[in-house]
Write a new protein. Structure first.
Length: 191
């Protein structure tokens, strides 16, 4: 197996899969680590996954769950996303934990992300099963907006649990390659 696959990578531009078939992965979830093997994956072309709707001038939306990013049991998604409309966006994954939280503020994403970060590294997230992120849009304009739409692209991975004790010990000892991913949600029983 190649060691060249890891989160936030874009060798020739755009999102690349973080793992291939038969790769070992460790989903670092809250509060466990789940060791799994990828059995299948597929690319997801850019698609609109959320429209928060109209937002009045100078106001913000409610937290809105991105249910279109949900997956089946045993699956995880690798997504990079961006907004289509002129809003600042805060991301919550899970709903209670703001992404980009600093001591004095939560760093928002804005419509300029694709021009500042063309490969969207800063927006890459991993979603386990149906534990999806929540988005909140803030209209910083002096006029109302009809939409706050978001586009995602990435990969969907189907996995199985690694149950072989020798393989688990080899991964934990660093003798067998494994890709580690921070991913929200419980992934079965603790290891």
């Amino acid at each position: 197996m190649s060691i060249g696959l890891y989160p936030y990578k874009s060798g020739l531009g755009g999102v690349e899969p973080v793992a291939l078939i038969d790769y070992n992965i460790c989903l670092v979830t809250s509060p466990t680590r789940q060791y799994r093997r990828v059995t299948w994956y597929e690319p997801l072309p850019p698609f609109q996954f959320l429209n928060i709707g109209a937002i009045a001038a100078g106001t913000q939306s409610n937290l809105t769950q991105a249910t279109n990013l949900a997956l089946w049991d045993g699956e995880f998604g690798q997504y990079r996303w961006y907004g289509l409309d002129n809003v600042q966006t805060t991301l919550w994954l899970p709903r209670t934990n703001g992404r980009g939280s600093l001591k004095n503020m939560q760093v928002p994403y804005d419509i300029q992300i694709p021009s500042r970060d063309p490969d969207l590294h800063l927006t890459e997230i991993f979603v386990w099963e149906d534990k999806v992120p929540w988005f909140q849009a803030q209209n910083i304009m002096d006029y109302g907006l009809d939409n706050a739409r978001y586009i995602a692209e990435g990969y969907r991975f189907v996995t199985t649990e690694i149950t072989d004790p020798a393989t688990l010990e080899g991964i934990k000892a660093g003798n067998i390659q494994c890709v580690y991913l921070t991913c929200y949600g419980q992934a079965g029983r603790p290891q």
